[in-house]
Design a protein around this ligand. Structure first.
Ligand code: IPE
Length: 257
């Protein structure tokens, strides 16, 4: 049987991050085609972008229940926005001829961060999950990031060969923020001892930005799984990354292996 590859489609890649609930259909279509062309068994984890972060930020959903604040409508609304984004993803996969099934995390996951509870759902074809508002024992609810989902799938599923982070706007981890970076600033091999000036737009991003991806990537790599971060706007790079070919991007190592 083909080896398994777990791939994250970053929210900033598949949506227009600064306009509420707008998809980047061109990118979604091209990623779906890449999945159809791949020889691997895939688990796709997609992010939220403008379908999640804006409302989640405004209603402080990552902090859980806040006394005196009416957050219930926002919890429902972000969940339904995420279902809508997921519908765009599923329809694109179907058009590309990929047999896929989606498992919304608020229906099966409990808690946030890398140690969330719940049995990881898996489908014979392509499994699809996404960052979501999930229930939490202490906080009542919280935001489960796709970066934590990719970590757990990579570690716990049998036969995972590789984890791929497809991100938007950059070729990988850069030494300095994208606005200031030149051609030489791409870090081709990164481990936690290599410093970089990551930009985290905490005013819009309720999860962790590039820093969280790098940290989760290093954690995955500790388990002997290859981890690569690529610019998802280039379909050929995404396909090469999935297939394990050499590609422009950042390979993430655990640092002490
Ligand atoms: C965030 O998920 C989920 C919500 C805000 C509902 P991610 O952390 O995986 O999303 P991106 O990739 O940063 O958009």
């Amino acid at each position: 049987m083909a080896g398994t590859v777990v791939i994250k489609w970053g929210g900033g890649l598949i949506t227009h991050k600064d306009q509420l609930c707008t998809v980047n259909s061109e990118v979604i279509e091209s990623l779906a085609k890449v999945c159809a062309d791949s020889s691997k068994r895939l688990v796709i984890v997609h992010g939220a972008g403008s379908f999640g972060h804006m409302k989640a930020k405004k209603f402080r959903l990552a902090e859980g229940r806040i006394k005196g604040m009416n957050q219930d409508d926002a919890v429902e609304s972000v969940r339904s926005d995420m279902k809508l984004l997921n519908k765009f993803v599923m329809e694109a996969l179907q058009r590309a001829g990929v047999e896929a099934k989606s498992f919304p995390p608020h229906e099966w996951a409990l808690g946030t961060g890398p140690n969330f509870e719940g049995e990881l759902p898996i489908f014979d074809g392509v499994t699809v999950v996404f960052g979501d508002v999930v229930e939490d024992k202490e906080k009542e609810f919280g935001i489960l990031s796709g970066d934590d989902l990719i970590l757990r799938y990579s570690k716990e599923l049998d036969g995972v060969e590789r984890a791929v982070f497809a991100i938007g706007g950059v070729d990988g981890i850069l030494r300095v923020p994208p606005g200031r970076a030149g051609a030489d600033d791409l870090i081709e091999v990164w481990n936690p001892d290599v410093e970089f000036e990551g930009e985290h737009a905490s005013e819009i991003d309720v999860t962790g930005g590039i820093g969280l991806k790098a940290a989760r990537g290093a954690e995955i790599s500790k388990n002997g799984i290859d981890v690569i971060l690529v610019n998802g706007e280039f379909p050929s790079r995404v396909l090469d990354a999935i297939e394990g070919k050499s590609v422009i991007g950042t390979r993430i190592m655990s640092g002490n292996s």
